[in-house]
Design a protein. Structure first.
Length: 425
């Protein structure tokens, strides 16, 4: 009996949202194979590569889980509830998307390892359990391995995919922020920009109203009610998992429509997400402007050392270029914030244009209400290691299988979008 698909179907075509198709390809000279990814959970397998091994002793329990169709934070909430812990007591090295099969390591302190090993949870299996001396923290991983099956491709996709993968292995993969960063509706950055420009009414309207193609059912109805000014019914209509939106509606009722009160009801973690989405949009614009030269340094660049993540100013690009050719270093783009170091010369001009393209000035790129926006540099490209492409078939039909590894924080969909492109079969 064929299993019903549980993953999100993503067709790599010209209709993709979240500005995916507006970002230029590095391999634009090579036609894509089209196709569909994430049609089934098993078509998108991610495995964390640990930064270090557990030592076998200590008060912390490290355990590897395999989850299906659940985001990392959702899985953590379920596990914490079963163990009688708060979600914040569960350590994790990286966040993973809901769509697919993910093997990742978590940690918890002062819990019997056998109790963790014997957890019986829907869509979550405990694969291994060990002891260690410290809590697992975000960034404690060497990277991620991916095995992705692309279905419904153009005929004979192997050679076309291999050519593209060879280019990515040599020059690196564009380090765009993926659509996940911008939310299901694609408007996270718009909310952040509205707050940064002191237009809280606009931010609240984006969060609570203006239904779009991604909205349906009770969510769409609640948004329509908000737009119609029926705040009380809107608050009652939001589904339980949207309790923040309901709180915002109640805050508006109590404050006689004051958007400041509604914004204060926004979860702190979501405020940070909206602000970081603005950073991500500016970065994507800067990267897009340099897409054909992501492996070329320019005078004034801030170069990224792939070995340790440190940056240094490039005074003479010709002198440093051999290290870039060897993939020891790469040019970087901006994650604007109060502590970010600015480049000079042509890179500075490109980044200023990227910021202006978002209708923002540097002084406006600040977080509010206690959410920090420190800023950083991010490499324009990331290495694609252990790449391989093959074809196969299973009871669901033929597929193109792509395997590779990426460093932490890089999006696998940047590889698949280069291979698939807006070129459906």
């Amino acid at each position: 009996m064929r299993r019903r698909p549980r993953g999100k179907l993503i067709r790599m075509s010209s209709t993709d949202d979240n500005a995916r198709t507006t970002l230029p390809y590095l391999t634009s000279d090579h036609p894509g194979v089209g196709g569909v990814i994430k049609q089934y959970d098993e078509d998108f397998v991610v495995e964390e590569m640990p930064l270090y091994e557990a030592c076998g002793e200590g008060t912390h329990v490290y355990f590897t889980i395999e989850k299906r169709g659940l985001p990392t934070l959702g899985a953590i909430r379920i596990i914490a509830r079963e163990l009688g812990k708060q979600p914040r007591e569960i350590g994790y090295a990286g966040l993973k998307d809901a769509h697919g099969v993910t093997r990742q390591r978590l940690s918890v302190e002062h819990v019997d390892p056998d109790r963790v090993a014997n957890l019986a949870l829907s869509r979550i299996a405990v694969v291994s359990v060990e002891r260690h001396t410290n809590k697992l923290k975000l960034g404690h991983l060497a990277g991620n391995r991916f095995e992705i099956k692309i279905r419904a491709t153009a005929s004979d996709p192997l050679q076309a995919a291999q050519v593209i993968l060879d280019v990515l292995a040599k020059r690196g993969c564009p380090n765009y922020f993926g659509p996940q960063r911008f939310g299901k509706r694609g408007d996270n950055a718009d909310v952040g920009k509205a707050v940064m420009t002191d237009d809280l009414a606009e931010a609240v309207a984006l969060i609570l109203g203006r239904p779009g193609p991604a909205d349906g059912g009770e969510v769409r109805t609640a948004r329509e009610l908000f737009d119609a000014g029926d705040l009380r019914t809107a608050a009652d209509t939001w589904p339980r998992r949207f309790d923040m939106q309901a709180r915002m509606c109640h805050a508006l009722i109590k404050s006689d429509g004051n958007p400041v009160a509604a914004w204060r009801a926004v979860d702190h973690s979501l405020r940070k997400l909206y602000f970081s989405a603005v950073q991500s949009e500016v970065f994507n614009r800067a990267l897009a402007a340099r897409i054909n030269a992501i492996d070329r340094l320019a005078d004034g660049d801030l170069a990224w050392k792939h070995k340790n993540g440190a940056c240094f100013a490039v005074e003479d690009a010709a002198v440093e270029q051999p290290r870039c050719d060897a993939f020891e270093i790469s040019p970087t783009g901006p994650l604007f914030g109060r502590k970010m170091t600015d480049p000079t010369g042509e890179p500075a001009r490109i980044e200023a244009e990227a910021l202006a393209g978002c209708s923002l000035e540097k002084a406006q790129l600040r977080a509010k209400d206690g959410a920090k926006l420190d800023g950083a540099r991010r490499p324009l490209r990331v290495p694609v290691t252990d790449p391989n492409v093959s074809t196969g078939s299973d009871d669901r039909g033929p597929f193109l299988c792509v395997t590779f590894a990426l460093p932490p924080g890089a999006y696998a969909t940047n590889v698949t979008r280069e291979i698939c492109k807006a070129n459906p079969p």
